[in-house]
Design a protein around this ligand. Sequence first.
Ligand code: SF4
Length: 214
Amino acid sequence: MLRVTEIFRSIQGESTHAGRPCTFVRLTGCPMRCVWCDSEYTFTGGEHFSIDAIMDQVNAFGCKLVEVTGGEPLAQKEAFKLVERLCDDGYEVLIETGGYVSTAGLDARAKVVLDIKCPASGEEPRNDWPNLERLRADKDEVKFVIADENDWLYAKRVIEEYDLENRTLAVLISPAWGLIDLQQLAAWIASSGLKVRMQLQLHKYIWGPEVKGV
Ligand code: SF4
């Protein structure tokens, strides 16, 4: 059984898949506590679902793309089986993970969007660096949420040190909602010369930052 906060259909708001119809399976619980977290409502509660029951809802929504997210989806061991089942049933599967839990053992057909926590999150010491060695250039993406200039300088260092421009499909630079001037972040990115992609959380612009299940 898996503890699930919500299952819903929307459009993908982030990553290179932004704008695509997508079903989201949001699992409950996270061992991290990023100071700017926008998913605190997933930390507790939720309902227990079997994988079959999750599949029933996913099938009913009819989207080819499914994201397994959280909270931290990989904190529940059975999430690995859910991902395998989704892949077996022909779905294109994205995993949005906070970067603390190891991605070893994930079904190779799934695509990973791996957060690398920057200092202002308060969780940078918990990054699981071996996760970066498992990134695949043809399908995986990394995301840095930037709250200030120190975060941006940190992200640049990590991108260069781990050669992330060449070892991922995309390096996503995302502003921490409400904490950083978007034009300033855009200027840093534009002048960096790096092969990175600034991304805004599309769903927050469409429905507002507080609305859940979209
Ligand atoms: S890893 Fe994600 S869900 Fe967990 S505290 Fe950080 S932002 Fe929130």
